[in-house]
Design a protein around this ligand. Structure first.
Ligand code: KIV
Ligand code: NA
Length: 266
């Protein structure tokens, strides 16, 4: 098995083939992502919640991300591996460069992901790209901004907010970002952003018209305690095994059968 490349993922968008992405935090699950032909393994800082039991992603450190990224890299050799830069690890260009290099070297990341698209964020992203580090953007609901007003809810419902997200997405693409994650926005906005950009837009709670989908692995397996987010689906129920659940997810994404309208925001 050869490792997926960013060029292949971008070609999938042009060919109209949907991209299936899942989070992974350890080697065993990473192995099953590969076995199910998942295109992208995202070592998300959601591990702060689903692995560590924290109330948010804010306490996650770079060192912890390096540890989990290295675990995932040992288990998976086919999926393209993106690693989240945790809260406060990219507040200046210098800080971002140092920490991204740790994720690339210690965690074998192929790309790093940063939340946000404000002008200050763009400067940070440009310095990473200038150093040859591939970057994934993340717009819409930004879990690292939970403490800010209007933080933890569907984003881009009002026309001005939708316009701002679209403009930020275009600015990220112009800066050279290779992929974009779009979280918790109305399906119509997910579609608009996906159509406006050349780079793949991977949605989570952003409707079926995105170029790909991502879910938190533990949500897909129905093992995250508490209420399941509206936009996730328990693929393990009825599947019989983890491998079958992951295959069912990939198949549903590729066929454009996930998410349904009831699993999207309007
Ligand atoms: O940390 C994470 O799992 C993420 C995805 C939800 C996109 O950033
Ligand atoms: Na994240």
């Amino acid at each position: 098995m050869s490792t997926r490349t960013l060029e292949q993922l971008q070609a999938m968008k042009r060919a109209g083939e949907k991209i299936a992405c899942l989070t992974a935090y350890d080697a065993s699950f990473a192995h099953w992502l590969d076995a199910a032909d998942v295109d992208i393994a995202l070592v998300g800082d959601s591990l702060g919640m689903v692995v560590q039991g924290q109330a948010s992603t804010l306490p996650v450190t770079v060192e912890q991300m390096v540890y989990h990224a290295a675990c995932v890299a040992r288990g998976c050799r086919q999926a393209y591996r993106i690693v989240d830069m945790p809260y406060k690890s990219y507040d200046t260009p210098e800080h971002a460069l140092t920490n991204a290099r740790r994720l690339l070297q210690g965690g074998e990341a192929m790309m790093v992901k940063l939340e946000g698209g404000a002008p200050a964020q763009l400067a940070v992203i440009e310095s990473l790209l200038g150093a040859g580090i591939p970057v994934c953007g993340h717009l819409g609901l930004l879990p690292q901004s939970v403490r800010e007003p209007g933080g933890y809810r569907v984003q881009g419902r009002e026309p001005e907010a939708a316009e701002r997200i679209l403009n930020q997405a275009q600015a990220l693409e112009r800066a050279g970002v290779g992929l974009l994650i779009l979280e918790a926005v109305p399906a119509a906005l997910g579609r608009r952003v996906s159509e406006a950009l050349q780079i793949p837009v991977i949605g989570i709670g952003a409707g079926v018209h995105c170029d790909g989908q991502v879910l938190v692995l533990y949500d897909l397996l129905g093992i995250t305690p508490g209420k399941r987010p509206r936009f996730s689906r328990d693929f393990l129920a009825g599947a019989g095994s983890v491998e079958a659940a992951l295959r069912a997810y990939v198949q549903a994404v590729k066929a454009g059968e996930f998410p349904s309208a009831a699993e999207s925001f309007n």
